[in-house]
Design a protein around this ligand. Structure first.
Ligand code: 1CP
Length: 341
């Protein structure tokens, strides 16, 4: 039995004494204890070694105290499993081999058995569950098809992913072949994570906002719909960053338990667009964790007052920044833990 099930209660829409809190990318680069491990092991060694996955996933639980843990891994393990080696270059970010640049390359792609090819993630989940010892729920995750396609075509991070977008506009059939293949693999991957013990899964569509509403409906929505329909046994949270215009569609046309919000929408707008039957998560501007602690605490209280305590999960609007002082992250979480009406 979980000792703290606030996060799962909020996802189910059950009333809670206070909203749960966790931070996107909470296991990463702002924690000195993480940076020490970063010096010792390269990135994918950290992702592939169950004991390291368990240790890193639990760092913020021990040091900061959020109400959920997110598995230490990366969205780019999926392109890697599909045969595109990925290198994490310091100061540059991810660089992928053999980017998809022709329709022939796209059509030649074949799916893999995710539970086998990504078996090390499932081993990491089992090791993490043991170490967490039911203190808080464990969140599994995947990149969304669109966001993974962005990296697989562009070959690296980008501000506009214009090579990836050009590929979709020039070769929509080939792009959709890749999106469908990714969707199949992601569904198997998330189901395998659930079987291995995660309590909920989050789908990161970090680059959804690069598309306008029509292209979102063609390159993102159908695949997100299928994921929420075919992932079984745990709630699915969708984070379509920047796609504020799609909140209504995502709420009504998918089976997501929750929508994660970036900081460009007000609580009132998000609630009105999404309706009352879905949980909302977010949406503190990650840069505001650089404000003085007193201001952070005050704005967190205001955010909860505006979203309301139920059907709400306190989080950032995107990943925590590397230059956030640990004390500020702690103040953010603390303020929520001490909240009462
Ligand atoms: O060596 C390092 O520590 C590199 C930094 C790092 C870390 C800590 C990367 C490289 N990935 C991760 C872990 C990670 N990535 C987690 C684990 C949980 C946690 O840290 O708490 C998660 C959930 C992710 C998800 C992820 N990776 C996303 C989606 C969320 C988001 O931030 O939008 C994306 C887009 C990535 C790609 C990626 N991996 C790493 C970097 C620097 C990037 C972004 C590159 C870019 O800007 O395009």
């Amino acid at each position: 039995m979980l000792k703290n099930d606030l996060y799962l209660k909020a996802l189910a829409g059950d009333p809670v004494p206070r909203p749960p809190v966790w931070m996107m990318r909470q296991a990463g680069r702002y924690l000195p204890s993480y940076l020490r491990l970063q010096e010792k092991y390269d990135f994918f060694t950290r992702c592939e070694t169950p004991e390291l996955v368990a240790e890193i996933t639990c760092l913020p639980i021990d040091e900061i105290g959020p109400d959920a843990a997110i598995l230490f891994s990366d969205i780019l393990v999926v392109p890697r499993a599909l045969g595109q080696p990925v290198e994490m270059k310091s100061g540059v970010g991810p660089v992928l081999d053999n980017p998809i640049r022709t329709p022939q390359q796209a059509m030649a792609m074949r799916p893999v058995d995710a539970s086998q090819a990504l078996g090390y993630v499932m081993d990491g989940i089992r090791a993490t569950s043991e170490r967490l010892d039911n203190r808080v729920p464990l969140i599994g995750f995947s990149g969304a098809p669109w966001t993974l396609l962005c990296y697989m075509v562009e070959g690296r991070g980008s501000k506009d992913f214009s090579t990836a977008k050009a590929f979709c506009y020039q070769h929509p059939e080939a792009a959709k072949h890749v999106l469908k293949l990714l969707t199949d693999v992601i569904i198997d991957y998330l189901n395998a994570q659930i079987e291995a013990g995660v309590h909920a899964v989050q789908v990161f569509d970090s680059w959804a906002g690069l598309l306008g509403p029509e292209d979102f409906s063609s390159f993102c929505l159908p695949y997100l719909q299928r994921i929420t329909e075919e992932v079984r046994g745990a709630p699915v949270v969708l984070f379509a960053k920047g796609a504020w215009y799609a909140l209504e569609l995502l709420s009504w046309r998918t089976r997501a338990a929750a929508l994660s919000l970036d900081w460009t929408v007000t609580p009132e707008y998000a609630r009105q667009a999404a309706g009352l039957d879905i949980t909302l998560q977010g949406n503190f501007d990650p840069s505001k964790l650089l404000a003085p602690v007193g201001a952070i605490r005050q704005q967190v209280r205001q955010m909860i007052d505006r979203f309301g305590k139920d059907r709400y999960i306190v989080n950032l609007g995107h990943g925590i920044l590397p230059n956030v002082p640990v004390a500020h992250a702690r103040a953010f979480v603390d303020e929520v833990r001490g909240w009462s009406k």
